[in-house]
Design a protein. Structure first.
Ligand code: SF4
Length: 85
């Protein structure tokens, strides 16, 4: 069973409609925070949480997901189709 947290994104003009963090995959590497500090922080369990799903532009969000060594960040488009990984 995966332990995923979903964050809906409503940023205007964005093709990304949802960010999902798989908490079981997250190993607290914090690469996502380095790329998009306005989007993520580590919670009390040292797992990434999204603090503002609308803060970053699409390119930054994609780079933050690609930076995650365990692919714990999943991105979905507005129609609900997974676009990363
Ligand atoms: S880069 Fe991946 S493993 Fe590291 S904190 Fe972010 S989600 Fe977790």
């Amino acid at each position: 069973m995966s332990n995923q947290t979903e964050y809906l994104r409503t940023r205007e003009g964005s093709e990304i409609g949802k960010i999902v963090v798989d908490r079981d995959l997250c190993i607290s590497a914090a690469a996502c925070l380095t790329v998009a500090p306005e989007t993520y922080e580590l919670d009390g369990e040292n797992k990434a949480v999204v603090i503002d799903p609308n803060a970053a532009d699409d390119e930054t969000l994609k780079m933050s997901a690609e930076a995650c060594p365990t692919k714990a960040i999943l991105l979905f488009d507005k129609a609900g189709k997974q676009i990363y990984p």
